[in-house]
Write a protein that binds this ligand. Structure first.
Ligand code: PHE
Length: 340
């Protein structure tokens, strides 16, 4: 039996030194050391035939042999690992070869535009608040001084919901919601989505983004509105831009004005972007109507304020020379990556 152990050990020594791959080494290991049918187990199975008084001695030797065989395998494993490392290190690397750039996301151009707007308001101490896109008739119309049956409701092209609510047609309903929540004075920016049943074309989307600016305090005048909006337009479009207030009409402001900015493309001489007029319409504005203040619980005898609502798509289009509003939602990477 001692002979068998010695023969097995010699065989392992010889074969382990010749093994070329980790797979072959594993096969050899199972062949020799496998619990069932392994060659060592087979030798050990003969233990029963060994005379009783020699059994302990034989067992000890068998264990020693097993330990040495295991050490052989460990050694062979190291050798194969070293060989593998050697092989991979001896390959030539071209360190100047361009790598694979990681894919990076970026903010959508509408979000970037809004961030610029928000930074302007924040610097001036305005709070940013958000309101529901599913609105009630009360906040969208009534509280804004647009009673039921008023023809102005048609002009808003409203999406009505089966639930009885509607998709807000502007961010203005947040004027009253905010005033209900906070006592005067108030200075807020309300960015958000608005919806109108417009036919889709290069300039109209049925879902678009607006932001509402609102400031109410004692002694606020139209001059404050002009100053604030002119400053905003210069910040967004550049210091050379002029702002124009054109008399207009909204139910919730009095007086009301349309805000125009001198066309940044032609600087006012008239071009395709401004339709030849030299001016671009940015949105509506005015002094908050006393009825609106009253429905929000503010005393119009004490407080006055301005409000305006501008379109974010509009600003992004003018600033970046985008001529079709649909590009913002088509998610064509070729378009979006220009602003990454
Ligand atoms: N809510 C108006 C619109 O969407 C814009 C506006 C806001 C006008 C605030 C006056 C004051 O057309």
């Amino acid at each position: 039996m001692d002979d068998q152990l010695a023969a097995l050990e010699a065989e392992v020594e010889r074969r382990a030194a010749q093994v070329k791959t980790p797979g072959d080494l594993e096969t050899l290991r199972t062949d020799i050391l496998g619990r069932k049918g392994g060659r060592l187990s087979q030798v050990m199975a003969g233990l029963g035939k060994v005379p009783k008084e020699e059994r302990a001695e034989f067992g000890r030797r068998a264990n020693e042999t097993k330990a040495r065989i295991e050490a052989r395998f460990a050694q062979a494993e190291l050798r194969l690992g070293d060989a593998e490392l050697e092989r991979s290190l001896s390959q030539r690397f071209d360190l100047t070869f361009p790598g694979i750039p990681p894919r990076r996301g970026s903010l959508h151009i509408l979000r970037q535009t809004l961030d610029d707007v928000a930074a302007f308001f924040r610097k001036r101490g305005f709070a940013i608040v958000f309101g529901p896109e599913v609105e009630s008739e009360y906040y969208n119309f009534e509280a804004m001084n647009i009673p039921a049956d008023h023809p102005a409701r048609d002009a808003m092209d409203t999406f009505y919901l089966a639930s009885g609510g509607l998709l807000r047609t502007h961010t203005s309903p947040m004027q009253v919601r905010a005033m209900e929540e906070y006592p005067p004075p108030i200075a807020i920016l309300v960015p958000g989505r608005a919806y109108r049943r417009d036919a889709l074309d290069a300039r109209h989307a049925f879902a678009f983004h607006q932001f509402e600016g609102l400031q109410i305090d004692r002694g606020i005048t139209f001059g404050h509105l002009k100053g604030f909006v002119s400053d905003l337009c210069r910040t967004l479009y550049g210091n050379e831009r002029r702002t124009r207030f054109r008399p207009s009409y909204f139910q919730f402001t009095e007086p009301s004005a349309e805000v125009d900015v001198s066309c940044p493309v032609c600087d006012g001489s008239g071009c395709r972007t401004c339709g030849g007029s030299g001016w671009l319409e940015m949105g509506g504005s005015g002094m908050v109507h006393p009825h609106v203040l009253k429905s929000a619980g503010y005393d119009p005898e004490i407080y006055t304020g301005w409000a305006f609502g501008l379109g974010i798509e509009r600003i992004a289009m003018v600033r970046n020379g985008v001529d079709d509003i649909r590009l913002f939602t088509e998610n064509d990477p070729a378009f979006l990556e220009q602003f990454a």
